[in-house]
Design a binder for this molecule. Structure first.
Ligand code: PLP
Length: 456
Protein backbone atom coordinates (compact mmCIF):
# COMPACT_ATOMS: atom_id res chain seq x y z
CA UNK A 1 0.00 0.00 0.00
CA UNK A 2 2.92 2.35 0.55
CA UNK A 3 4.71 2.02 -2.73
CA UNK A 4 6.69 5.06 -3.81
CA UNK A 5 5.65 6.18 -7.28
CA UNK A 6 9.18 6.98 -8.40
CA UNK A 7 9.62 7.99 -12.02
CA UNK A 8 6.67 10.36 -12.32
CA UNK A 9 7.60 12.67 -9.48
CA UNK A 10 9.85 15.73 -9.50
CA UNK A 11 13.05 15.75 -7.49
CA UNK A 12 11.44 18.09 -4.95
CA UNK A 13 8.44 15.79 -4.58
CA UNK A 14 10.66 12.76 -4.02
CA UNK A 15 12.74 14.61 -1.43
CA UNK A 16 9.59 15.67 0.37
CA UNK A 17 8.04 12.22 0.17
CA UNK A 18 11.01 10.53 1.81
CA UNK A 19 11.66 13.22 4.44
CA UNK A 20 8.59 15.07 5.60
CA UNK A 21 5.90 13.89 8.01
CA UNK A 22 2.93 15.95 6.80
CA UNK A 23 0.14 17.30 9.00
CA UNK A 24 -3.37 16.00 8.28
CA UNK A 25 -2.17 13.81 5.41
CA UNK A 26 -2.91 10.20 4.58
CA UNK A 27 0.49 8.51 4.37
CA UNK A 28 -0.85 5.96 1.90
CA UNK A 29 -2.14 8.71 -0.42
CA UNK A 30 1.15 10.58 -0.11
CA UNK A 31 3.13 7.48 -1.00
CA UNK A 32 0.82 6.58 -3.88
CA UNK A 33 0.37 10.04 -5.42
CA UNK A 34 3.32 12.05 -4.11
CA UNK A 35 3.02 15.54 -2.69
CA UNK A 36 2.05 18.53 -4.84
CA UNK A 37 5.00 20.87 -4.42
CA UNK A 38 4.40 24.57 -4.91
CA UNK A 39 7.15 26.93 -5.96
CA UNK A 40 5.72 30.41 -6.51
CA UNK A 41 2.58 32.52 -6.30
CA UNK A 42 1.10 35.74 -7.60
CA UNK A 43 -2.34 37.19 -6.95
CA UNK A 44 -4.86 34.36 -6.63
CA UNK A 45 -2.57 31.84 -8.35
CA UNK A 46 0.21 29.45 -7.35
CA UNK A 47 2.57 27.47 -9.58
CA UNK A 48 4.08 24.09 -8.75
CA UNK A 49 7.65 22.91 -9.35
CA UNK A 50 6.61 21.38 -12.68
CA UNK A 51 5.32 24.76 -13.88
CA UNK A 52 1.62 23.90 -13.59
CA UNK A 53 -0.52 26.85 -12.51
CA UNK A 54 -3.48 26.63 -10.11
CA UNK A 55 -6.18 29.07 -9.12
CA UNK A 56 -6.01 28.84 -5.33
CA UNK A 57 -9.60 28.44 -4.20
CA UNK A 58 -8.47 28.03 -0.58
CA UNK A 59 -6.09 31.01 -0.08
CA UNK A 60 -3.52 28.51 1.16
CA UNK A 61 -5.26 27.37 4.33
CA UNK A 62 -7.92 30.11 4.50
CA UNK A 63 -5.20 32.64 5.18
CA UNK A 64 -3.64 34.33 2.13
CA UNK A 65 -6.47 36.85 2.09
CA UNK A 66 -4.59 39.49 0.11
CA UNK A 67 -3.24 37.05 -2.45
CA UNK A 68 0.35 36.05 -3.18
CA UNK A 69 3.32 38.29 -3.93
CA UNK A 70 2.14 41.48 -2.22
CA UNK A 71 5.22 43.67 -2.24
CA UNK A 72 3.83 45.98 0.46
CA UNK A 73 3.98 43.04 2.91
CA UNK A 74 7.17 41.33 1.72
CA UNK A 75 9.04 44.64 1.78
CA UNK A 76 7.73 45.49 5.25
CA UNK A 77 8.99 42.08 6.39
CA UNK A 78 12.41 42.65 4.78
CA UNK A 79 12.76 46.15 6.25
CA UNK A 80 11.85 45.01 9.78
CA UNK A 81 14.11 41.94 9.56
CA UNK A 82 17.05 44.21 8.78
CA UNK A 83 16.19 46.87 11.36
CA UNK A 84 15.42 44.54 14.28
CA UNK A 85 14.85 40.90 13.43
CA UNK A 86 13.72 39.86 16.90
CA UNK A 87 12.99 41.17 20.30
CA UNK A 88 10.58 39.80 22.85
CA UNK A 89 7.80 41.08 25.07
CA UNK A 90 8.46 39.13 28.27
CA UNK A 91 9.26 41.06 31.48
CA UNK A 92 7.91 44.34 30.17
CA UNK A 93 10.00 44.50 26.99
CA UNK A 94 8.50 45.53 23.66
CA UNK A 95 9.31 46.94 20.24
CA UNK A 96 8.03 50.07 18.53
CA UNK A 97 6.44 48.12 15.71
CA UNK A 98 4.58 45.80 18.11
CA UNK A 99 3.24 48.76 20.10
CA UNK A 100 1.89 50.32 16.91
CA UNK A 101 0.42 47.02 15.74
CA UNK A 102 -1.36 46.42 19.06
CA UNK A 103 -2.94 49.85 18.89
CA UNK A 104 -4.02 49.43 15.26
CA UNK A 105 -5.60 46.07 16.09
CA UNK A 106 -7.58 47.48 19.01
CA UNK A 107 -8.90 50.25 16.72
CA UNK A 108 -10.34 47.57 14.45
CA UNK A 109 -12.03 45.43 17.11
CA UNK A 110 -15.79 44.94 16.63
CA UNK A 111 -16.56 45.94 20.23
CA UNK A 112 -14.37 47.94 22.66
CA UNK A 113 -11.44 45.77 23.69
CA UNK A 114 -8.81 46.54 26.33
CA UNK A 115 -5.75 44.58 25.31
CA UNK A 116 -4.34 42.18 22.72
CA UNK A 117 -2.14 39.16 23.47
CA UNK A 118 0.05 37.90 20.63
CA UNK A 119 1.05 34.39 19.60
CA UNK A 120 2.06 32.58 16.44
CA UNK A 121 -0.93 30.36 15.54
CA UNK A 122 -4.65 29.94 16.02
CA UNK A 123 -3.99 26.89 18.18
CA UNK A 124 -1.67 28.67 20.58
CA UNK A 125 -4.11 31.59 20.72
CA UNK A 126 -6.97 29.32 21.80
CA UNK A 127 -4.67 27.69 24.37
CA UNK A 128 -4.05 31.23 25.65
CA UNK A 129 -7.79 31.89 25.79
CA UNK A 130 -8.41 28.75 27.86
CA UNK A 131 -5.73 29.71 30.36
CA UNK A 132 -6.94 33.29 30.41
CA UNK A 133 -10.49 32.15 31.15
CA UNK A 134 -9.39 29.91 34.03
CA UNK A 135 -7.05 32.61 35.35
CA UNK A 136 -9.88 35.16 35.21
CA UNK A 137 -12.29 32.96 37.15
CA UNK A 138 -9.65 32.12 39.76
CA UNK A 139 -8.89 35.81 40.22
CA UNK A 140 -12.54 36.75 40.67
CA UNK A 141 -13.09 34.07 43.30
CA UNK A 142 -14.96 31.56 41.13
CA UNK A 143 -12.58 28.59 41.11
CA UNK A 144 -15.43 26.15 40.36
CA UNK A 145 -16.41 27.97 37.16
CA UNK A 146 -14.08 26.19 34.75
CA UNK A 147 -15.96 24.03 32.25
CA UNK A 148 -15.89 25.00 28.60
CA UNK A 149 -18.67 24.38 26.10
CA UNK A 150 -17.77 23.90 22.45
CA UNK A 151 -19.70 22.33 19.59
CA UNK A 152 -19.39 19.14 17.59
CA UNK A 153 -17.80 19.90 14.20
CA UNK A 154 -15.93 22.87 15.69
CA UNK A 155 -12.27 23.36 14.84
CA UNK A 156 -10.24 25.26 17.41
CA UNK A 157 -6.74 23.89 16.88
CA UNK A 158 -4.34 21.03 17.27
CA UNK A 159 -2.82 21.52 20.71
CA UNK A 160 -3.60 19.07 23.51
CA UNK A 161 -6.31 21.32 24.94
CA UNK A 162 -7.48 22.85 21.65
CA UNK A 163 -7.78 19.47 19.92
CA UNK A 164 -10.03 18.42 22.82
CA UNK A 165 -12.01 21.61 22.32
CA UNK A 166 -12.29 20.76 18.63
CA UNK A 167 -15.45 18.75 17.98
CA UNK A 168 -14.03 16.32 15.41
CA UNK A 169 -13.78 12.80 16.84
CA UNK A 170 -11.07 11.92 14.31
CA UNK A 171 -8.80 14.35 16.13
CA UNK A 172 -9.46 12.72 19.50
CA UNK A 173 -8.99 9.03 18.76
CA UNK A 174 -5.54 7.44 19.07
CA UNK A 175 -4.08 10.49 20.83
CA UNK A 176 -5.15 9.81 24.44
CA UNK A 177 -6.08 13.44 24.90
CA UNK A 178 -7.02 14.31 28.45
CA UNK A 179 -10.63 15.31 27.91
CA UNK A 180 -10.47 18.08 30.47
CA UNK A 181 -13.52 20.05 31.49
CA UNK A 182 -14.85 20.26 27.95
CA UNK A 183 -18.44 19.63 26.92
CA UNK A 184 -19.66 19.44 23.32
CA UNK A 185 -23.15 20.43 22.24
CA UNK A 186 -24.75 19.91 18.81
CA UNK A 187 -23.40 21.62 15.71
CA UNK A 188 -25.74 24.18 14.12
CA UNK A 189 -25.83 21.96 11.05
CA UNK A 190 -29.22 22.77 9.58
CA UNK A 191 -28.86 20.80 6.35
CA UNK A 192 -27.89 17.55 8.05
CA UNK A 193 -29.35 17.72 11.53
CA UNK A 194 -32.58 19.72 11.49
CA UNK A 195 -35.71 17.57 11.66
CA UNK A 196 -37.55 17.41 8.32
CA UNK A 197 -39.69 20.50 7.77
CA UNK A 198 -38.32 22.49 10.74
CA UNK A 199 -37.53 26.15 10.01
CA UNK A 200 -34.05 27.57 10.59
CA UNK A 201 -35.45 29.78 13.39
CA UNK A 202 -36.99 26.80 15.15
CA UNK A 203 -33.80 24.78 14.74
CA UNK A 204 -31.90 27.67 16.36
CA UNK A 205 -34.38 27.62 19.25
CA UNK A 206 -33.89 23.87 19.60
CA UNK A 207 -30.11 24.31 19.78
CA UNK A 208 -30.46 27.15 22.28
CA UNK A 209 -32.63 24.92 24.44
CA UNK A 210 -30.03 22.15 24.30
CA UNK A 211 -27.39 24.68 25.40
CA UNK A 212 -29.51 25.94 28.26
CA UNK A 213 -30.40 22.40 29.37
CA UNK A 214 -26.69 21.55 29.35
CA UNK A 215 -25.86 24.59 31.46
CA UNK A 216 -28.61 23.77 33.94
CA UNK A 217 -27.62 20.09 34.11
CA UNK A 218 -23.96 20.90 34.77
CA UNK A 219 -24.70 23.96 36.93
CA UNK A 220 -24.04 27.47 35.61
CA UNK A 221 -21.55 28.02 38.44
CA UNK A 222 -19.30 25.38 36.86
CA UNK A 223 -19.30 26.76 33.31
CA UNK A 224 -16.80 29.40 32.28
CA UNK A 225 -17.03 29.89 28.52
CA UNK A 226 -18.59 28.99 25.19
CA UNK A 227 -16.36 28.83 22.09
CA UNK A 228 -17.77 29.37 18.61
CA UNK A 229 -16.64 30.04 15.08
CA UNK A 230 -19.02 32.36 13.22
CA UNK A 231 -19.23 29.93 10.29
CA UNK A 232 -17.75 26.53 11.08
CA UNK A 233 -14.82 25.96 8.75
CA UNK A 234 -12.83 22.74 8.94
CA UNK A 235 -15.80 20.88 10.46
CA UNK A 236 -17.76 21.05 7.20
CA UNK A 237 -18.39 24.70 6.24
CA UNK A 238 -21.47 25.22 8.35
CA UNK A 239 -23.05 28.67 8.60
CA UNK A 240 -25.34 29.14 11.58
CA UNK A 241 -29.08 28.88 10.94
CA UNK A 242 -31.06 32.09 11.09
CA UNK A 243 -31.37 33.44 14.62
CA UNK A 244 -28.73 31.14 16.14
CA UNK A 245 -26.47 33.69 17.80
CA UNK A 246 -29.50 35.81 18.74
CA UNK A 247 -30.79 32.85 20.75
CA UNK A 248 -27.43 31.81 22.24
CA UNK A 249 -26.11 35.25 23.30
CA UNK A 250 -28.66 36.06 26.03
CA UNK A 251 -28.39 32.55 27.54
CA UNK A 252 -24.63 32.96 27.96
CA UNK A 253 -25.05 36.45 29.45
CA UNK A 254 -27.73 35.26 31.86
CA UNK A 255 -25.44 32.54 33.19
CA UNK A 256 -22.27 34.67 33.30
CA UNK A 257 -20.55 32.56 30.64
CA UNK A 258 -17.92 34.18 28.43
CA UNK A 259 -18.46 34.10 24.66
CA UNK A 260 -15.19 33.38 22.86
CA UNK A 261 -15.44 34.22 19.16
CA UNK A 262 -12.98 32.05 17.25
CA UNK A 263 -12.39 34.38 14.30
CA UNK A 264 -9.23 32.65 13.07
CA UNK A 265 -10.85 32.20 9.65
CA UNK A 266 -13.72 34.70 9.77
CA UNK A 267 -11.71 37.69 11.02
CA UNK A 268 -10.39 40.45 8.74
CA UNK A 269 -13.14 40.37 6.16
CA UNK A 270 -13.82 36.81 5.08
CA UNK A 271 -17.58 36.94 5.63
CA UNK A 272 -18.08 40.36 4.03
CA UNK A 273 -17.88 42.25 7.32
CA UNK A 274 -14.62 42.99 9.12
CA UNK A 275 -15.49 40.38 11.78
CA UNK A 276 -17.80 37.36 11.73
CA UNK A 277 -19.48 38.59 14.91
CA UNK A 278 -20.64 41.65 12.91
CA UNK A 279 -22.21 39.44 10.25
CA UNK A 280 -24.30 37.67 12.88
CA UNK A 281 -24.63 40.48 15.45
CA UNK A 282 -23.14 39.11 18.66
CA UNK A 283 -20.74 40.60 21.19
CA UNK A 284 -17.72 38.52 22.09
CA UNK A 285 -15.93 38.77 25.43
CA UNK A 286 -12.77 37.33 23.89
CA UNK A 287 -11.76 37.07 20.23
CA UNK A 288 -9.23 34.67 18.76
CA UNK A 289 -7.69 35.69 15.44
CA UNK A 290 -4.71 34.64 13.31
CA UNK A 291 -4.33 33.80 9.58
CA UNK A 292 -5.69 36.98 7.91
CA UNK A 293 -3.94 39.33 10.33
CA UNK A 294 -0.75 38.94 8.28
CA UNK A 295 -2.48 37.34 5.29
CA UNK A 296 -0.36 34.27 6.02
CA UNK A 297 2.90 36.10 5.26
CA UNK A 298 4.14 35.55 8.83
CA UNK A 299 2.81 33.31 11.62
CA UNK A 300 0.87 35.50 14.03
CA UNK A 301 -2.16 35.19 16.29
CA UNK A 302 -4.00 37.78 18.31
CA UNK A 303 -6.30 37.31 21.31
CA UNK A 304 -8.51 40.32 22.01
CA UNK A 305 -9.45 40.81 25.67
CA UNK A 306 -12.59 42.76 26.63
CA UNK A 307 -12.74 45.28 29.49
CA UNK A 308 -14.87 42.80 31.47
CA UNK A 309 -11.99 40.29 31.58
CA UNK A 310 -9.13 42.76 31.56
CA UNK A 311 -10.46 44.80 34.49
CA UNK A 312 -10.45 41.69 36.70
CA UNK A 313 -6.92 40.78 35.62
CA UNK A 314 -5.58 44.29 36.07
CA UNK A 315 -7.48 44.77 39.32
CA UNK A 316 -5.94 41.66 40.87
CA UNK A 317 -2.45 42.22 39.47
CA UNK A 318 -0.91 43.56 42.67
CA UNK A 319 -1.69 40.36 44.55
CA UNK A 320 -1.75 37.80 41.71
CA UNK A 321 1.78 38.43 40.50
CA UNK A 322 2.75 38.04 36.89
CA UNK A 323 0.69 36.32 34.18
CA UNK A 324 2.79 33.18 33.81
CA UNK A 325 2.13 32.48 30.16
CA UNK A 326 3.66 33.40 26.81
CA UNK A 327 5.64 32.21 23.82
CA UNK A 328 9.08 33.19 22.56
CA UNK A 329 7.38 34.37 19.39
CA UNK A 330 4.57 36.28 21.12
CA UNK A 331 4.57 39.71 19.45
CA UNK A 332 7.35 39.00 16.95
CA UNK A 333 8.40 42.34 15.47
CA UNK A 334 8.59 40.96 11.93
CA UNK A 335 5.06 39.60 12.31
CA UNK A 336 3.92 42.99 13.60
CA UNK A 337 5.43 44.69 10.54
CA UNK A 338 3.67 42.17 8.28
CA UNK A 339 0.39 42.75 10.14
CA UNK A 340 0.64 46.54 9.89
CA UNK A 341 1.18 46.25 6.12
CA UNK A 342 -1.70 43.75 5.79
CA UNK A 343 -4.10 45.85 7.88
CA UNK A 344 -3.34 48.89 5.73
CA UNK A 345 -3.95 46.90 2.54
CA UNK A 346 -7.27 45.57 3.85
CA UNK A 347 -8.34 49.21 4.26
CA UNK A 348 -6.75 50.65 1.11
CA UNK A 349 -8.01 47.91 -1.22
CA UNK A 350 -11.49 47.96 0.36
CA UNK A 351 -11.20 44.21 0.73
CA UNK A 352 -14.27 43.86 2.95
CA UNK A 353 -16.43 45.60 0.33
CA UNK A 354 -15.04 43.26 -2.32
CA UNK A 355 -16.07 40.21 -0.29
CA UNK A 356 -19.54 41.66 0.25
CA UNK A 357 -19.86 41.93 -3.53
CA UNK A 358 -18.00 38.89 -4.85
CA UNK A 359 -19.06 36.43 -2.11
CA UNK A 360 -22.80 36.41 -2.89
CA UNK A 361 -21.94 36.45 -6.61
CA UNK A 362 -19.81 33.32 -6.24
CA UNK A 363 -22.49 31.53 -4.20
CA UNK A 364 -25.09 32.35 -6.87
CA UNK A 365 -22.81 31.24 -9.73
CA UNK A 366 -22.22 27.90 -8.00
CA UNK A 367 -25.95 27.48 -7.45
CA UNK A 368 -26.69 28.33 -11.09
CA UNK A 369 -24.11 25.86 -12.37
CA UNK A 370 -24.50 23.01 -9.88
CA UNK A 371 -27.69 23.59 -7.91
CA UNK A 372 -29.67 21.07 -9.95
CA UNK A 373 -26.93 18.42 -10.20
CA UNK A 374 -28.18 15.01 -9.08
CA UNK A 375 -25.33 14.58 -6.59
CA UNK A 376 -25.13 18.11 -5.18
CA UNK A 377 -27.10 18.18 -1.95
CA UNK A 378 -26.40 21.61 -0.58
CA UNK A 379 -24.52 24.74 -1.59
CA UNK A 380 -24.05 27.08 1.36
CA UNK A 381 -21.82 29.76 2.75
CA UNK A 382 -21.30 33.35 3.72
CA UNK A 383 -18.97 35.83 2.09
CA UNK A 384 -16.00 33.98 0.67
CA UNK A 385 -16.50 30.82 2.72
CA UNK A 386 -18.50 28.43 0.58
CA UNK A 387 -19.16 24.69 0.71
CA UNK A 388 -20.73 22.24 -1.73
CA UNK A 389 -21.98 19.07 -0.04
CA UNK A 390 -22.29 16.01 -2.25
CA UNK A 391 -24.87 13.30 -1.84
CA UNK A 392 -25.32 9.90 -3.43
CA UNK A 393 -29.06 10.57 -3.38
CA UNK A 394 -29.88 14.22 -2.86
CA UNK A 395 -33.60 13.65 -2.29
CA UNK A 396 -33.05 11.13 0.48
CA UNK A 397 -29.91 12.92 1.74
CA UNK A 398 -28.06 9.66 1.42
CA UNK A 399 -24.30 10.11 1.57
CA UNK A 400 -21.77 8.31 -0.63
CA UNK A 401 -20.08 5.37 1.09
CA UNK A 402 -16.82 6.49 2.71
CA UNK A 403 -14.94 4.00 0.52
CA UNK A 404 -15.95 5.97 -2.60
CA UNK A 405 -13.86 8.94 -1.45
CA UNK A 406 -15.95 11.10 -3.74
CA UNK A 407 -14.76 14.37 -2.22
CA UNK A 408 -11.14 13.44 -2.75
CA UNK A 409 -11.82 12.36 -6.34
CA UNK A 410 -13.29 15.78 -7.08
CA UNK A 411 -10.38 17.47 -5.36
CA UNK A 412 -8.01 15.58 -7.64
CA UNK A 413 -10.09 16.31 -10.75
CA UNK A 414 -10.09 20.00 -9.79
CA UNK A 415 -6.32 19.97 -9.34
CA UNK A 416 -5.94 18.35 -12.76
CA UNK A 417 -7.93 21.28 -14.17
CA UNK A 418 -5.75 23.80 -12.30
CA UNK A 419 -7.98 24.56 -9.32
CA UNK A 420 -7.30 24.09 -5.63
CA UNK A 421 -10.25 23.20 -3.42
CA UNK A 422 -10.45 21.29 -0.16
CA UNK A 423 -12.41 18.14 0.59
CA UNK A 424 -13.90 17.93 4.08
CA UNK A 425 -15.32 14.47 3.62
CA UNK A 426 -17.75 14.97 0.72
CA UNK A 427 -18.10 18.71 1.27
CA UNK A 428 -15.87 20.61 -1.15
CA UNK A 429 -14.84 23.95 0.21
CA UNK A 430 -13.75 27.29 -1.18
CA UNK A 431 -12.19 30.18 0.72
CA UNK A 432 -10.27 32.05 -1.98
CA UNK A 433 -8.17 35.17 -1.46
CA UNK A 434 -10.47 38.05 -0.54
CA UNK A 435 -9.13 40.10 -3.46
CA UNK A 436 -10.53 37.68 -6.04
CA UNK A 437 -12.56 39.43 -8.77
CA UNK A 438 -15.67 38.33 -10.67
CA UNK A 439 -13.74 37.09 -13.72
CA UNK A 440 -11.58 34.89 -11.48
CA UNK A 441 -14.71 33.63 -9.72
CA UNK A 442 -16.18 32.71 -13.11
CA UNK A 443 -13.03 30.75 -13.90
CA UNK A 444 -13.12 29.02 -10.52
CA UNK A 445 -16.77 28.03 -10.90
CA UNK A 446 -16.21 26.83 -14.45
CA UNK A 447 -13.23 24.66 -13.52
CA UNK A 448 -15.05 23.25 -10.53
CA UNK A 449 -18.24 22.43 -12.45
CA UNK A 450 -16.16 20.58 -15.04
CA UNK A 451 -14.29 18.68 -12.31
CA UNK A 452 -17.63 17.61 -10.78
CA UNK A 453 -18.70 16.40 -14.23
CA UNK A 454 -15.43 14.49 -14.63
CA UNK A 455 -16.24 12.42 -11.56
CA UNK A 456 -20.04 12.37 -11.25
N1 PLP B 1 -9.50 28.07 14.92
C1 PLP B 1 -10.06 27.97 13.70
C2 PLP B 1 -11.47 28.40 13.50
C3 PLP B 1 -9.31 27.47 12.62
O1 PLP B 1 -9.88 27.31 11.42
C4 PLP B 1 -7.97 27.09 12.85
C5 PLP B 1 -7.16 26.57 11.74
O2 PLP B 1 -7.59 26.37 10.64
C6 PLP B 1 -7.45 27.21 14.14
C7 PLP B 1 -8.24 27.71 15.14
C8 PLP B 1 -6.06 26.79 14.43
O3 PLP B 1 -5.16 27.65 13.84
P1 PLP B 1 -3.65 27.16 13.54
O4 PLP B 1 -3.72 26.12 12.48
O5 PLP B 1 -2.98 28.44 13.10
O6 PLP B 1 -3.08 26.66 14.80
Amino acid sequence: ATQISEGQLSEAALRDQRSQFHPFTSITDLMADGPTVMASGSGVRVTDVDGKEYLDGMAGLWCVNLGYGRKEITQAIARQSERLSFFHTFNGMSTDVVAECAEELLKRAPVPMSRVFFGASGSDANETQLKLIWYYNNLRGKPEKKKIIARWNAYHGSGVATASLTGLPGMHTLFDLPKGPIIHVSAPYYYRNAPEGMSERDFSKQLAKELEDTIEREGADTIAAFFAEAVMGAGGLIPPPEGYFEEIGPILKKHDILLVADEVVSGFGRLGTYWGSQTYGYEPDLITSAKGVTSGYFPMSVCFISPKVWDVIEGAAATAGLFGHGYTYSAHPVGAAAALAALKLIDDLKVVDNVADVGPYMLQQLKDRLGQHAHVGDIRGKGLMIGIELMKDRGAKETFPMANRTGRQILKASAARGLITRALGDTLVFAPPLVINRAEVDELVDKFALAVQDVL
